[in-house]
Design a binder for this molecule. Sequence first.
Ligand SMILES: C[S@@+](CC[C@H](N)C(=O)[O-])C[C@H]1O[C@@H](n2cnc3c(N)ncnc32)[C@H](O)[C@@H]1O
Length: 198
Amino acid sequence: MRDNDLAVLPKDNTEYSTKKYWDERYEKGSHDVVFDWFKTYSDIKDLINTYIKKDAKILMLGCGNSSLSEDMYNDGYSEIVNIDFSEVVIDQMKERCSQTTMKWEVMDVLDLKYNSNEFDAIIDKGTMDALMCEKGDVWDPSPQLISVVTREIDGVERKRFLTRDAFELEVLTLGTSFHYFAYICKKKKESGSLDSLE
Ligand SMILES: C[S@@+](CC[C@H](N)C(=O)[O-])C[C@H]1O[C@@H](n2cnc3c(N)ncnc32)[C@H](O)[C@@H]1O
């Protein structure tokens, strides 16, 4: 079941960054509701297969009720740990994926409880977008928001958040008419060469 029919639009965009909004949204559905933000695994499979080995230990940030982890699992990625700050969706996903060995944990992405080297790859699909939501009407955005979004589309804003000395950042464009961006952060080895995930 897809949740497109559920009345889930927030009153204003800032709600996307609150736990209350996500809990209420997920409470309206059940474990069999699937909603994939922006792209599905079939859209980004080649990209993921290129950068992440099948035996990699993967952390999925803000998993929601997306089918991405299940689709990756069925494609051979068996070591996936999924986190979300909504215990409602984590309980639903545990039930939906009870036949898999994937792990599901309630955790805030801004307060991770893992060691820094615990994962080979970390995936964020749409979660940083939720964190970045500002006040305003999506149908009538303020000039300030337009300016921020324009800068983000140019890759500047998001790059600013993702640039670190320890990483090499690659920005890829996905899609043909309506474009999305994939930001690949690869950890550098001490020598400066890339610690490839392949
Ligand atoms: C836009 S949805 C994306 C869901 C999924 N990754 C996808 O691609 O369809 C954002 C998800 O991030 C979760 N989320 C938002 N802020 C979070 C935070 N600070 N810590 C953990 N999860 C968060 C929400 O509960 C929601 O499930």
